[in-house]
Design a protein around this ligand. Structure first.
Ligand code: NAD
Length: 359
């Protein structure tokens, strides 16, 4: 297949591209606006392949999208481009509304016209795969408040109840995709995944932030009591799941993807501290740098994914445990300081501006 990936310079998109180029024969078109979160260094190992090409484009820009579709004639679209950081969505929601809602709408409309004009055989095989989050479901009861019976999990049938501007914008985009399937017959797939972690994760996100603050002797901030629960999935396991869904998923279906790794934020932070005590020992334990800070407004208490549908119907299962994945992640950040430094120093942004003009 020739797969057009939006947001391929981001954390998950780049993992997907590295995986597709290394493990399959698919061709990849990486379409990305290169916002602050996009980084072409994350796809460097795939970029030399003749099966890879890059298009700098904005999903809100219809003429740019039309040009890319006419030039490359993809067999499938995997849509990951988004504004993705909850804290940023609280401080400034407009970019989230713009990219996640208007951008997804614009892309869907361009895809619809492109798909309708395809010859019958290509039209039937075409897929629009929308990559979304479990945050659209809102939050679940926390063990501290739930006294009876089994703790519930998110299934594909859970009603949407997003809490943050980020999750509300992603929920809107999911509904648009569902509407384009139902109204126009576009062959869509939606996946809702839990929190990802792994290499090339932007330094502001929890796990890289903890690793980097720890090794730089800075306080390690933990929101509230650190008792919020997330279900962590190693990013390469997510990439493998996405490939499984685009190749074998049933058009019109939604699949939840999760790692069976429910952890409190404090558990995650302490696990990283303990790993660093072994991998990069210092005179005091890293746990002493943990600092509790004021909680995020509207902070969801617990997420947990029931991934039994994708496991039973498509045979996907995560290969990493949290312990194995987090150790790989910590080692990667210790060995790839230059990737982080190029972002933090502004050197990478300067390169983007020189290459593509003012952003
Ligand atoms: P990210 O912020 O790391 O990357 C987003 C990418 O999209 C960047 O490369 C950015 O330049 C690009 N982009 C942003 N606006 C664009 C626009 N208007 N046009 C074209 N490109 C644009 O995000 P991520 O963590 O890799 O997440 C990717 C997708 O997966 C998102 O849709 C997110 O909602 C979803 N998701 C993320 C997680 C997670 O834990 N990170 C979990 C579940 C689902």
């Amino acid at each position: 297949m020739k797969i057009l990936i939006t947001g391929g310079a981001g954390f998950i998109g780049s993992a997907l591209i590295r995986y597709l180029i290394a493990e399959t024969n698919h061709e990849v078109i990486n379409l990305d606006k290169l916002t602050y979160a996009g980084n072409l260094a994350s796809v460097e190992e795939a970029a030399s392949s003749p099966r890879y090409c890059f298009e700098k484009a904005d999903i809100c820009n219809r003429p740019e999208l039309e040009r890319v579709f006419q030039t490359h004639q993809p067999d499938a679209v995997m849509h990951l481009a988004a504004e993705s950081h909850v804290d940023r969505s609280i401080d400034g929601p407009s970019a989230f509304i713009e990219t996640n809602i208007i951008g997804t709408y614009t892309l869907l409309d361009v895809v619809k016209s492109y798909w309708q004009a395809l010859p019958l055989e290509r039209k039937e095989g075409f897929r629009f795969h929308h990559i979304s989050t479990d945050e659209v479901y809102g939050d679940l009861p926390h063990p501290s408040e739930h006294r009876q019976g089994k703790l519930p999990m998110f299934t594909e049938k859970t009603a949407y109840k997003p809490s943050s501007p980020y999750s509300a914008s992603k929920a809107s985009s999911d509904h648009l995709v569902t509407a384009w399937a139902r109204t126009y017959g576009l062959p869509t797939l939606i996946t809702n995944c839990s929190n990802n972690y792994g290499p090339y994760h932007f330094p502001e996100k929890l796990i890289p932030l903890v690793i980097l603050n720890a090794i730089n002797g800075k306080p390690i901030p933990v929101y509230g009591l650190g008792d919020q629960i997330r279900d962590w999935l190693y990013v390469k396991d997510h990439a493998r799941a996405l490939l499984t869904v685009v190749e074998s998923g049933k058009a019109g279906e939604t699949y939840n993807i999760g790692g069976h790794n429910e952890k409190t934020n404090l558990d995650v932070v302490e696990t990283i501290c303990d790993l660093l005590d072994t991998l990069r020992p210092q005179s005091t334990p890293y746990r002493e740098q943990i600092t509790f800070v004021k909680d995020r407004p509207g902070h969801d208490r617990r997420y947990a994914i029931d991934a039994s549908k994708i496991e039973k119907e498509l045979g996907w299962r995560p290969q990493e445990t949290f312990q194995s994945g987090i150790e790989k992640t910590v080692r990667w950040y210790l060995n790839n300081q230059e990737w982080v430094e190029a972002i933090q120093s502004g050197e990478y942004r300067q390169w983007v501006e020189k290459q593509y003009g003012e952003q």
